[in-house]
Ligand binder design. Sequence first.
Ligand SMILES: O=C(O)CCC(=O)C(=O)O
Ligand SMILES: [Fe+2]
Length: 226
Amino acid sequence: MLLRIPQVLTKEQVSHCRERLASADWIDGRVTAGLGSAKVKKNTQLPEDSAVAVELGDLILTALESNAIFVSAALPSRVFPPLFNRYEVGDGFGAHVDNAIRQGLDAEARIRTDLSCTLFLSAPDEYDGGELTVDDTYGSHSVKLPAGDMVLYPSTSLHAVTPVTRGARIASFFWLQSMVRDDGQRTLLFDFDRSIQALNADHAGHAAIVPLTGIYHNLLRRWAEL
Ligand SMILES: O=C(O)CCC(=O)C(=O)O
Ligand SMILES: [Fe+2]
């Protein structure tokens, strides 16, 4: 499932991130690329251990912890510390699939990448190009979102960032291991949860809500790995 999550960060939080990122030290983005994707990657990133990346990464993770759509869709088990990238004119990232396993700086911080996330920190009118394209069985989807919005897509997907032709595209990107590794099962649980929420909003106290919630949890119990 490819999911857009609006307003993960407020306008004020986006401005704060942009200010902190403007004075940070950026390095060649190939540091986090696998051998194959390094050949098609051209951008800059903050080093993983940069104080600014750690501070802003915490801000993003805190916002996500209380984001009901994110929690329901991702069912996060372990989240890789958010990274930050910048694509200037001529930069882009050709088609690739993300590495299956990500090793963080901490020896124990190793995750299986089930979901990939991009949180846009530049507004769409600040740059041309720079679309994130994600392929699935229904074709190729082009994603360019308002600053503060995030897209979530299965890490199994072939994806790319088209070359930037004007301005600069700044984003945070990261991966997570989900309690439910299978995208089909996770998508069913998300649709189920959203439907129960919608029923509850329109018909609070409806007799079907308790059994439906029970079925949701019993499916989660079947499929979750902690
Ligand atoms: O910048 C993006 O939106 C995606 C970055 C990406 O695909 C990666 O770093 O693997
Ligand atoms: Fe990627």
